[in-house]
Design a binder for this molecule. Structure first.
Ligand code: ZN
Length: 133
């Protein structure tokens, strides 16, 4: 793993939270993107080398709306950048982590993504991401 690529925050209203994070960080999102397959609308903020991803549900079946129903708004996942997502997944599976999607899928921000179940990571949803080249 190379670094924390971004922190994902589940929000009820992307427009409202964009304003909040723009005030907080001093610059507007550099990208807004809908990932239809995941039922999310996202926006990305840059802070030096790191990013914050805001996630809003685009339908009631979205994992984001379920998360917010259960826990309210807040930190949803931590994403680590990797060079080779397939071999990292294999390594982590062998270490006993529960992988939510064994085949990496296309996520936001031009990345292959895969997730580890929070029950094996002390309660935090972990995303692995790799730049799509
Ligand atoms: Zn993410």
């Amino acid at each position: 793993m190379k670094k924390i690529e971004h922190i994902g925050i589940a929000v009820r209203n992307l427009k409202d939270s964009n304003k909040v994070y723009e005030s907080l960080l001093g610059s507007p999102p550099y990208k807004m993107e809908e990932v239809k397959s995941e039922g999310v609308r996202t926006s990305f903020f840059k802070i030096g080398e790191s990013k914050v991803e805001l996630l809003e549900a685009s339908n009631p079946e979205s994992t984001i709306s379920k998360f917010i129903d259960k826990r309210g708004e807040g930190v949803h996942h931590i994403a680590f950048l990797v060079d080779d997502i397939e071999s990292e997944l294999l390594r982590l599976k062998n270490e006993g982590f529960v992988v939510l999607n064994e085949t990496p899928k296309k996520g936001a921000d031009n990345k292959w993504v895969a997730f580890l179940h929070p029950k094996t990571t002390s309660g935090v949803l972990i995303e692995l991401c790799q730049e799509i080249k």
